[in-house]
Design a protein around this ligand. Sequence first.
Ligand SMILES: *[C@@H]1O[C@H](CO)[C@@H](O)[C@H](O)[C@H]1NC(C)=O
Ligand SMILES: *[C@@H]1O[C@H](CO)[C@@H](O)[C@H](O)[C@H]1NC(C)=O
Ligand SMILES: *[C@@H]1O[C@H](CO)[C@@H](O)[C@H](O)[C@H]1NC(C)=O
Ligand SMILES: *[C@@H]1O[C@H](CO)[C@@H](O)[C@H](O)[C@H]1NC(C)=O
Ligand SMILES: *[C@@H]1O[C@H](CO)[C@@H](O)[C@H](O)[C@H]1NC(C)=O
Ligand SMILES: *[C@@H]1O[C@H](CO)[C@@H](O)[C@H](O)[C@H]1NC(C)=O
Ligand SMILES: CC(=O)N[C@H]1CO[C@H](CO)[C@@H](O)[C@@H]1O
Length: 849
Amino acid sequence: MLFPAVVLRCSLLLLACYSLDVAQSNGFPYTASSLTQTATGLTGTLTYQGSASSVTVSTLFLNVTYVSDDIVRIRMTDAQNARWEVPITLETVPGPTASMNYQVTYVESPFNLKVTRLGDGKVIFNLDPTQNFLYNNQQIVIMNNLGYPVYFYGLGERTSSFHLAPGVYTTFAKDNPGPYDSGNGGNNLYGHHPFYLAVDPSDGSAFGGFFLNSNDQDAYITTTNIEFETIGGVIDYFVFVGPTPLQVIQQYQSLLGTTVLIPYWGLGWHQCRYGYHSLQTLQEVANNYTSYVIPLDVMWSDIDYMDNYYDFTLDTSRYPQPQFSQWVDELHSIGRHFIPILDAGIAQQNYFGYNALLQMGCYITYPYSTNPFVGSVWPGNACFVDFFHPNSTQYWWNMLDTMRENVEFDGLWLDMNEASNFCWGECNATPVMNNFPYNPGNLNPNTKAIDMAAGHYGGIIEFDAHSLFGFTESRATSSYFAQHLQQRPFIIARSTFPTHGRYASKWLGDNFSGWDWMGYSIAGVFDMQMFGIPVVGADICGFMNDATEELCSRWTQLGTLYPFSRNHNDIDSVSQEPWALGPQYLQNSILAIRNRYSLLNYFYTLMFMSSLSPGNLIWQAAFFQYPDDSNLWDTHASDNFMIGEALIVHPCLQQGATSISAYFPQDIWYEWYFGAPLTLPPNQTVTLPAPAVGLINTHVRGGYIVPRLDMSSSANTALELRSSNTTLVIAPDASGKAQGTVIYDDGLNVNTISSGAYNTILYSYQQTLSSANFTISASTSGYTRPADEFPYISTLLIYACPSRVTAVENAQGALSVLLEFDPVHGKCMVFFDDLLPVDQAASLTINFS
Ligand SMILES: *[C@@H]1O[C@H](CO)[C@@H](O)[C@H](O)[C@H]1NC(C)=O
Ligand SMILES: *[C@@H]1O[C@H](CO)[C@@H](O)[C@H](O)[C@H]1NC(C)=O
Ligand SMILES: *[C@@H]1O[C@H](CO)[C@@H](O)[C@H](O)[C@H]1NC(C)=O
Ligand SMILES: *[C@@H]1O[C@H](CO)[C@@H](O)[C@H](O)[C@H]1NC(C)=O
Ligand SMILES: *[C@@H]1O[C@H](CO)[C@@H](O)[C@H](O)[C@H]1NC(C)=O
Ligand SMILES: *[C@@H]1O[C@H](CO)[C@@H](O)[C@H](O)[C@H]1NC(C)=O
Ligand SMILES: CC(=O)N[C@H]1CO[C@H](CO)[C@@H](O)[C@@H]1O
């Protein structure tokens, strides 16, 4: 793999390539000297021992840091010359103690380094420079050779199965819709995430790796090793000990930090399309939501609204003023919001956006020049903000302020920020930096990009910083909302990099209206959860190509449960708004969108928790909760998903199906909507109905209490929903216990977490055959909740209650309640007449007959 000729063969004849790669030993022996060991790590010098003239960096500085009890960092840098290092800040985590969960061992000559997990003695990192290692100026190869089979997950961004098939996976920010990446290289997408989770199928134990390197790179995966081959930067490699998949994610995300708190309305329903080409069309779509009585929180505008695709402008011939602003005001007056797109390229035209860019000097430059680099994007010739430049944030804030005078946006959609260029490297010229000893994915890195030699502030070149454009742009945009406007950022970006989730969110990009593409979105959402970007979703019904009524019905059932839930369409495709494809789709849309709104406080709590501590996911693969269930690692890894820990969802992904075969992990499950307990056969596979019109198959896990908002049947925005009462669905486990947490706050304030202005409420329940205790307690209570906001618990739905409820009492005596028993589903219903505020401490006894 060190030689391009071999790479070429890889993509033609994949399997042959792997056996070839594993068999050969393209490595270079090093010898360690001056090794110094301390309680927190190991440093030393590595010197190349051979005579190959191809080794250009022959003396390496080794720095192994015991970051924490569960994280070790291995850095190998050029001992003589400074090289590019990724300029992101990782969080500081509690350092190692006397009970570290790994051991680092080495051999000095030839140098070899291993990380072994204590507990089970498994090698989770094995670096052997005599094999598959190279450290050259523009070619670095490092293999983690485990010697035993593992399953790999992660390595984004791409459209792929969740469990990655052996193959080569290219990573570098690229605007390249499709195709499906089965491991043949060159199918990299917008984001750059060299993080992997590895699961040992012999016992389900897991570890992880993070190759902190922003250069264009390939990851070669076989069943027993993973090799990164990058064309720049340094080796900076984090190893996470696990030993469960969720612990690996928690360990990785403890470095990334917590994620941005988004506004409550951001979790509502979003409607978008490329081709809403006039104010009248935007109005008509929003009005149709009103007349069809379908909830809608956000109307979006693609590039249509701009004047000639110039950023920060409004085409007032098609979106006339003051009518346009009046319309946005109207949206706001009924609790709706407006989000427009912004592209990365600033039109090279005599207009304020370009003129200010020139004046402030914060643009990406031509190689070895101070002139702005000119590429070609939607507006034609365009320049790019250099977000490394000290003036860039001020420029960006000024432009957004100017834009906001015309277009009163509530959030922003950042597109084309790989950054994408319609010319390859240069328009009408060969890229200045065009020859590389190795081309990851067999693609020249200039493909749809800015010339790799183009300049950023401080001598940085595009070659190194390319994959950071979307991240740095998102960070500047996030500061505009959080610091300048003092609002929570709601930013949906396309290109991302590790730590993006601290600032902004993401959608999965330009997908296709196809059944396969609907299915792929599940792994896409899982990947972003691992990468620390929890608020994410795919374009519902698909972007390119024509959607059908059936596809849109199924995709809306699924997509209304994405953390970020938006219907978006291309300009050339048939309309796919809820009313556009037929009565069944309309009916399904209403059911599905209202189903989402019923779960909004559950989603909000999960989103909030990911902002409170790292490693909290909104969605997760079921094996994160059931790590021992081998059927979930691959076969059933992404035909189902869990929302938080409490709900499991089995979407219908097959055209023409009216039932699905649903695999469940071994546990107590209840049908979510009506409460029937699920009887699992020994093979844990159940046939579930999936009628053409209906709700998606969802089950609640025994042991959990999940809130359901009563007004989801009538509210038309998230704002209206905030006056809703709550029904608590109580799903007891085998010992009759259940618990759930709900966080209440104002859903808007940017300082909510720092000022502690939120109430963390724990609901707990414990039943025996004769009675049950239900308590409400608070672990934080810094929010003064207005009395009309989420006022009361109206109802308890107790699944698998032992018998009919006879009375509900507190210390003062019996409460006024209406009681119902549903013998068919084995469910008790308690409707409160007396008022039970959602977040006030209470202790009730429930008596059974
Ligand atoms: C080794 O790396 C750590 C960061 O992981 C750094 O704090 C430390 O200064 C480095 N040590 C040396 C000798 O460069
Ligand atoms: C709004 O709904 C009407 C009635 O279904 C439909 O004819 C019209 O095309 C819709 N408008 C848009 C822009 O979708
Ligand atoms: C920042 O912008 C100002 C004009 O607003 C300009 O005078 C200055 O040179 C710029 N700074 C840099 C580092 O280019
Ligand atoms: C699981 O077992 C049931 C019988 O309990 C059988 O009908 C079904 O076909 C089996 N499914 C699978 C996937 O093996
Ligand atoms: C309910 O709580 C009371 C007081 O703590 C306790 O005595 C009783 O056993 C509990 N009942 C159940 C069903 O857990
Ligand atoms: C909310 O619940 C309380 C107590 O059950 C009830 O009195 C009130 O009518 C409910 N409000 C709505 C809008 O249903
Ligand atoms: C560019 C691209 O293909 N993006 C996405 C579109 O489709 C699925 C989901 O439907 C995503 O996972 C892809 O990555």
